[in-house]
Write a protein that binds this ligand. Sequence first.
Ligand code: PEP
Length: 252
Amino acid sequence: MADGTRRPLVAGNWKMNGLRRSVVEFAKIVAGSANLAGKADLMVCPPATLLTALAEAAKSSAVAIGGQDCHPESAGAFTGDIAAEMLADAGAVAVIVGHSERRTNHRETDADVRAKALAAWRASLLAIVCIGEAQVEREQGRTLDVLGRQLDGSVPDGATPANLVVAYEPVWAIGTGLTPSVRDVAQVHEFIRQRLAQRLGAAAGGIRILYGGSVKGSNARELMAAPNVDGALVGGASLKADEFLAIAGVYG
Ligand code: PEP
């Protein structure tokens, strides 16, 4: 559970899902967010094609909009890529970097993720840095080694509670319906907090650490209750307003 110093964040990652008609579903999230009464931050990260429309629909609500990835450079000959500045221009206040689907499908390294987080900061965006172990790494007992290396390599110097959120997303839990035990989640989140503290000192205490991987309405309460879990990064369940709001409702 987020302690009083950290305001929980529930962020939805729509991935490559959503057409213009999805604004209707998003409007339900905006309407339902009023029930949270400022107890948690709510964010949706749609595909880039919907950023402007969702930012428009979220106007004067408490729901924030984020991107799903950015290029390290601010402009140039990078066909198909999106600069952090473009995300900000479209209404985003945050961007996910280092999602395991990018690390795997696009072979992004920790150094790439770090460069993207720096780009996010350059554009005044909150960087949501994802880390997570693969199933084989877990089976070999290497989870904390892998996470420590990803964290050290992906988070730039100068991280603060205002510019960084870390999302722990075990790769084997994403989209599978599987989740680690609450005890495992608590152990990993404590490890992440300590590792951040070794590098950042007291600032680490204010940085939000989200859990992601098959979070849904039915398991959110127990997962979010674990120490050092300051909210959730939600994939599939964020596409349905009712389910997403049920997750956020843990904090209502
Ligand atoms: C994700 O991909 O960030 C994620 C958490 O997905 P899901 O909730 O569908 O497991």
